[in-house]
Design a protein around this ligand. Structure first.
Ligand code: C2E
Ligand code: CA
Ligand code: CA
Ligand code: CA
Length: 275
């Protein structure tokens, strides 16, 4: 057992070494990719649960490394945050997401994710206004998604920036709801219009009656606070039907409807589903 432990420790250290070098390389290449404008966007639809029409699409950053292939945003977004690159990425996402959105058939919105660091590192109001102007898009077609953690990390700044965006008519969504430490009274003081319930609340609703009860209570809470309630991570028809029958969820997003799609494909999907 002792020898086993030693071997394991060696493997562990070797793995750490690989991870370290892998990450250093990814970081260097990410900086280059951002500078070269090599990131792209994928769009995932959010549908009205009753009409089953697409109401908006979330823009998600994509990076395909020339040799290593696709790198998950769960890997490169935290790196970009550490490296001080996130604001460049956010500015790029806002700019291209609004441009794409302006091409879609009908008044479908577009949602972009904003990091805690953006409240400090980026003049979001300026970036957003400039992008909307260039795209010729009304403010209410843009949604800004922010997590509880981001808001809590940057309390005062987050509050004033979000208020400024809300005053212009931009939709503010609280993302991944239920995964952080939310003080609801605090969150209620912020100008949120939309509540995106994290997919961990959806995953088990078909298997566990308590999971469904929990989801339905979170949804009711959101509605009572006058928020549009979205459920993330809808993967099956069963989940969709349970939600429609048993909860006050209004919008749904997830693999059951569509994976995140490249811009040409999302434009086609919107035309097909909403037409
Ligand atoms: P998120 O904002 O919660 O985005 C939703 C994630 O859930 C996406 O992963 C999406 O592909 C995935 N997803 C959608 N439907 C389903 C489903 O039915 N089942 C499951 N299991 N997953 C589903 P993705 O694109 O890998 O992004 C991961 C995270 O990276 C995002 O989570 C967001 O936190 C971050 N991210 C992505 N793009 C950006 C960006 O442009 N800026 C910032 N700041 N963060 C981003
Ligand atoms: Ca999001
Ligand atoms: Ca989310
Ligand atoms: Ca997330």
């Amino acid at each position: 057992a002792k020898a086993d432990g030693k071997a394991r420790a060696q493997i562990f250290h070797a793995q750490m070494d690989i991870d370290y070098h892998y990450r250093q390389r990814l970081k260097a290449d990410l900086r280059q990719a951002v500078a070269d404008g090599a990131l792209t966007l994928a769009f995932q639809p959010q549908l009205d649960i009753e009409t089953r029409k697409i109401v908006s699409c979330e823009a998600l950053a994509r990076w395909t490394h020339p040799e290593l292939g696709p790198v998950s945003p769960a890997t490169f977004i935290p790196m970009a945050e550490e490296m001080g690159l996130i604001s460049d990425i956010t500015a790029f996402v806002v700019e291209s997401a609004t441009r794409e959105c302006a091409q879609w058939a009908g008044p479908v919105g577009v949602a972009v994710n904003v990091s805690a660091r953006d409240f400090r590192g980026l003049d979001l109001l300026t970036v957003v206004s400039r992008s909307l102007d260039r795209a010729g898009l009304p403010a209410n077609r843009l949604e800004i998604e922010v997590t509880e953690t981001a808001v809590i990390e940057e309390r005062d700044l987050a509050n004033s920036v979000l208020q400024g965006l809300a005053d212009r008519g931009i939709v503010i969504a609280l993302d991944d709801f239920g995964t952080g430490y939310s003080s609801l009274s605090y969150l209620n003081a912020l100008p949120f219009n939309k509540l995106k319930i994290d997919r961990s609340f959806v995953a088990d609703i078909g298997k566990d009656p308590r999971a469904l009860l929990l989801l339905s209570n979170v949804a009711r809470l959101g509605r009572d606070l006058d928020l549009t309630v979205v459920a993330e991570g809808v993967e099956t028809e069963e989940q969709l039907e349970l939600m429609q029958g048993m909860t006050r969820v209004q919008q749904v997003q997830g693999y059951f409807f569509s994976r995140p799609l490249p811009s040409r494909d999302i434009a086609e999907l919107i035309a097909r589903m909403n037409g």
